[in-house]
Design a protein around this ligand. Structure first.
Ligand code: BMA
Length: 382
């Protein structure tokens, strides 16, 4: 132990990685490729990444945003989940959202209290699930929402910008939240962090034409570097993700580099009734995603999706054939908000009695879809 203490931390982590890899049955020759982008990643994060790299050839983990907090026509009922109501099992991946944390709000932008979120995260982790976190952060220049682009916002928070110091106070709060996510035994819970998502769309202040590729890459690298090296946060896998894209150039236009990314993702929703168009689009994009992820040795994922559930067999008739065709680590369905204040009825996985519920059960039973019970056999964090 004394000798170990004198070794650099990164080296000790790599020794850990080799021990973990021995347990996963992965050949040692793969050791470099299964390590997370953070050279100081915690042993549990190294283990998770290695297991994810192995699981990607086994199936697609199905996830759901805010799964444990609420569903259609219920809120905060212990142990409840719409996916569980329908299948008797929980999702493999649990998505959470921390927009609002930067303003010290007690609840996130979708009214989930941060204290409850921490409990849900711990609960899912104890069960062996995977946690991913997105951040619809307010516009730091105008104080308005994430959906309020304003010229020069990204430039204003980069080093030297007039809002830079202010932005770092937001990162301090995020780091504080991440540091509070601990298992029963006190270990930090590994998180897939998905900042600045849908980066090629124009709707968020960090997206599309609202900043240059150079500014975006600077923002990304600054943020991850700050969390890693200033705040010593080493339990993150980082997800880079676009919305729908025309081709690999668009997908990679703002890619910050392999040292800052572990997962390459795509968000896609089937907003209209055209099945054929959706299939053509998603298959094209996933083919590209798979090849860029392979080239960069990253995990491909559908970091958000939503189908058209007016088709009663959407899960086995539309989505499953897509999943069978592509290599994907996970697919995260967006939230079952139910009836929202603006009158919109929003949900992406079936609830009890919903028209696709029976089809979802068939989808659940297919060997390629992985849910919580499938993960329980995998011991992802060891
Ligand atoms: C959108 C909708 C909104 C929500 C936002 C952030 O897709 O679900 O209702 O506020 O995501 O979670």
């Amino acid at each position: 132990m004394i000798a170990l203490k004198r070794l650099p931390y990164g080296f000790v982590c790599r020794i850990w990685a080799l021990i973990i890899l021995a347990g996963t049955g992965l050949p040692a020759a793969l050791s470099q490729t299964v390590l997370p982008s953070d050279p100081k990643a915690t042993p549990q994060t190294i283990a998770l990444n290695a297991h994810l790299k192995k699981l990607v050839s086994k199936g697609v983990m199905i996830g759901h945003q805010d799964d444990l907090a609420y569903g259609v026509q219920w809120r905060y009922e212990a142990g409840r989940s719409d996916i569980h109501d329908v299948t008797g099992d929980y999702p493999a991946v649990y998505g959470w959202e921390i927009g609002g944390i930067e303003n010290d709000d007690p609840v996130n932008l979708d009214s989930v209290p941060f204290t409850a979120m921490k409990t849900f995260i711990r609960e899912a982790h104890e069960r062996g699930g995977i946690i991913t976190i997105s951040w619809h952060l307010h516009n730091p220049l105008t104080g308005k929402s994430a959906w309020e682009p304003a010229a020069e916002t990204v430039a204003s928070i980069l080093p030297g910008g007039k809002k830079h110091a202010y932005f770092t106070t937001w990162l301090d709060k995020v780091a504080g939240f991440f540091n509070s996510l601990r298992s029963k035994s006190g270990d930090l819970i590994p998180i897939i962090f998905r900042p600045f998502h849908e980066l090629n769309g124009d709707w968020f202040w960090w997206g599309g034409k609202n900043c240059t590729a150079t500014e975006f890459k600077q923002l990304w690298r600054f943020t991850i570097n700050y969390l890693r090296n200033k705040k010593q946060i080493h339990h993150l896998l980082i997800a880079y993700n676009t919305d729908r894209f025309a081709g690999r150039d668009e997908y990679l236009q703002k890619y910050p580099g392999n040292e800052w990314v572990d997962i390459m993702g795509l968000d896609i929703y089937q907003r209209d009734n055209s099945q054929q168009q959706f299939l053509t689009d998603i298959n094209r994009m996933l083919t590209t995603l798979d090849s860029v992820a392979q080239e960069n040795d990253k995990l491909p994922a559908l970091t958000e999706f939503g189908g058209n559930l007016t088709y009663t067999d959407w899960w086995t008739g539309t989505f499953l054939p897509v999943l069978l065709k592509h290599r994907l680590s996970y697919a995260l369905a967006w939230r079952n908000a139910g009836r929202k204040a603006n009158g919109e009825f929003e949900y992406y996985v079936p609830y009890k009695g919903e028209r696709t519920a029976n089809d979802f059960k068939l989808f659940y039973e297919h060997p390629i879809t992985l849910f919580q019970k499938d993960l329980n056999k995998e011991y992802l964090y060891k």
